[in-house]
Write a protein that binds this ligand. Structure first.
Ligand SMILES: [Zn+2]
Length: 130
């Protein structure tokens, strides 16, 4: 799953990559590598039809959407001020990959009330849906 995020981040370079995470009580089950509708190097919006498709697929599989990931092209694997302001789901896991043009790290956070708290990142080895 980490490889899927890193590969998607490289493919989308020089723009930000994004996607969704699905899981259940057992943890993270699936990474959906999706389209950044903003086509931007500094921000992302998950393409709405793909967001809905991922939600449908997760529900059919008995999972829930539990988070999202995106890449930072030049910046560190830490939520930007925009990320903090726009993270609408306090229960979600927010994975940030960055910097894509350097030695990319993956870090995970909960973001509530504009404050990021780092979480341990545990990724399985299941095949991603691209
Ligand atoms: Zn960001």
């Amino acid at each position: 799953m980490a490889d899927a995020i890193l590969e998607h981040s490289s493919l989308c370079y020089p723009n930000e990559a994004c996607g969704l995470l699905a899981g259940d009580a057992g943890g993270l089950r699936m990474v959906y590598c999706l389209t950044n509708a903003d086509n931007s190097p500094t921000r992302f919006t998950i393409e709405p039809d793909e967001h809905f498709g991922a939600l449908r697929h997760a529900e059919r599989s008995g999972w829930e959407l539990i988070g999202a990931f995106h890449s930072h092209v030049h910046g560190p694997a830490f939520p930007s001020p925009v990320d903090l302001a726009e993270a609408a789901e306090p229960e979600w896991l927010w994975i940030v990959a960055g910097p894509v043009d350097g030695s990319t790290e993956l870090r995970a956070y909960r973001i509530a009330d504009g404050v990021a708290t780092e979480r341990e990142l545990v990724l399985g080895d299941q095949e991603p849906v691209v």
